[in-house]
Design a protein around this ligand. Structure first.
Ligand code: NI
Length: 159
């Protein structure tokens, strides 16, 4: 297990398109383990491989802290509904902003054995899936924030 360095906004690697994973190797297995460790250590609910500097189409998500999801080469098959809420990203520390996302997504992805599967998600899981998939395309949520990007600390003061 290892915690990797999380790349932050402005780092060129975050704006590149990730490549399809075509084979499972020990290095990729290690990357996935490290991605979970890194996400949990940072207190995040999702992490894309590009955020640790690796341009592979791999994401990890855990919106409850006890429901780890690992997606290889994920694609969205279907979306519906709408939700608006504050979003954040481990690559944009201390910031948050309002983003509208689908409230439901259905995706296809590949598991650790590169076997395909389908999965559905609603609410926070749907949001996290959409957010992480955009990382694979080289996009950050800050590009679609409605209104202003805020400091998390300012929000806390208001409450
Ligand atoms: Ni992110």
């Amino acid at each position: 297990m290892a915690i990797r360095n999380i790349r932050e906004i402005g780092d060129p690697v975050l704006y590149k398109t990730c490549k399809t994973v075509k084979e499972m190797t020990d290095r990729t297995r290690e990357l996935i383990d490290d991605m979970f460790d890194t996400m949990y250590d940072a207190g995040g609910v999702g992490l894309a491989a590009s955020q640790v500097g690796i341009l592979k189409r791999i994401i990890v998500i855990d919106v409850t802290g006890e429901d780890p999801v690992m997606l290889i080469n994920p694609v969205i098959l279907e979306t519906s509904g709408e939700q608006s809420g504050n979003e954040a990203c481990l690559s944009v520390p201390g910031k948050t902003g309002m983003v509208t996302r689908p409230n439901y997504v259905k995706i296809k992805a590949y598991d650790m054995d590169l076997k395909p599967f389908e999965m559905e998600g609603t609410e926070l899981l749907a949001r996290a899936i959409c957010h992480e998939l955009e990382h694979l395309e080289g996009h950050l949520y800050v590009e679609k924030v409605e209104g202003e990007l805020m400091n998390v600390s300012d929000l806390e003061e208001e409450e």
